[in-house]
Write a protein that binds this ligand. Structure first.
Ligand code: NAP
Length: 245
């Protein structure tokens, strides 16, 4: 078995690469640092030589709608088309719980992920979309993203974060079992309100920023799965934060 990890030196990709290699799987990393660019199309056929499975954990820093859509759609279309030419049997994509749901329609980055999922589903390869909730390690970043006028403005919305290591194990498992599953969702075992979670997280690290509870704007409760999902077991590392249920 030979796996191309598109974004293999990124936060998620590097951990998936390590885990697969520790299980004896041949892994190729395909990212900008490896001389592979899925937007420009450079180095893609070479990266895909002999590959049977793609794990797509590419990312862009852009939250602008047009840029995010162009990135996620373009890179995924290239991977699928070139993958089909190279004889790939399974394209695994990491996405986010809640994208594509009606009330998440105003988030540019999410629209990029929606376009990415659509490009994958319309493409020629059998696929699995793994939609995960936010990683535990991402919660402090979420606080930074909600800063306005020196305060963290957090809506009282549900969020169900997950431990990255468990998601990495799931991606590796999906690759090793080889069977395309269509779509599946993955979330942690605890559900919080976002304002409580950010308040407790900042307090635990001695961060004095005030967290103000605000009304939801646009998307509501998109950070929790709504249907069936697989559940991780690892609890949020900071204890004592009130649970939502
Ligand atoms: N953060 C969360 O809580 C969360 C939750 C659910 C899902 N996700 C999803 O997880 C995925 C991976 O995130 P991450 O944090 O691991 O991303 P990351 O650390 O930013 O890594 C992104 C990777 O993409 C590569 N890349 C970017 N543009 C490229 C291009 N044009 N051609 C080839 N490679 C390119 C980068 O290559 P270089 O390293 O060479 O620059 C890097 O390896 C994202 O799709 C995100 O939506 C995140």
């Amino acid at each position: 078995m030979k796996v191309l990890i598109a974004g293999g030196r990124g936060r998620v990709g590097s951990k998936v690469a390590d885990l697969l290699e520790s299980r004896g799987v041949e892994v190729v990393s395909g990212g900008l640092d490896d001389g592979v660019d899925y937007l420009e199309g450079t180095g893609v056929p070479e990266a895909l030589e002999g590959v049977d499975t793609i794990i797509n954990v590419l990312n862009t820093r852009s939250f602008d709608k047009d840029a995010a859509v162009a990135f996620f759609e373009g890179t995924t279309r290239t991977l699928s088309a070139e993958g089909a030419r190279a004889g790939v049997q399974h394209h695994i994509l990491l996405s986010i719980v809640g994208v594509g749901q009606g009330d998440a329609s105003d988030i540019g980055y999410y629209l990029g992920k929606v376009a990415q999922e659509k490009a994958l589903a319309e493409g020629p390869l059998p696929y699995t979309i793994v939609r995960s909730t936010q990683f535990h390690a991402y919660i402090p970043v979420l606080a930074d993203q909600h800063m306005l006028d020196g305060k963290v403005r957090a809506p009282r919305e549900l969020i169900q974060p997950v431990e990255l290591g468990e998601l990495v194990s799931l991606l590796a498992e999906v690759a090793i079992t080889r069977a395309p599953l269509g779509e599946l969702e993955f979330a942690g075992p605890e559900r919080f309100f976002m304002d409580d979670l950010l308040r407790g997280t900042l307090a635990a690290s001695g961060d004095a920023r005030e967290v103000v509870t605000v009304k939801s704007f646009g998307a509501v409760d998109v950070m929790v799965p709504r249907g069936e999902y697989q559940m991780g077991h690892e609890l949020y590392p900071i204890r004592g934060i009130p649970l939502a249920d």
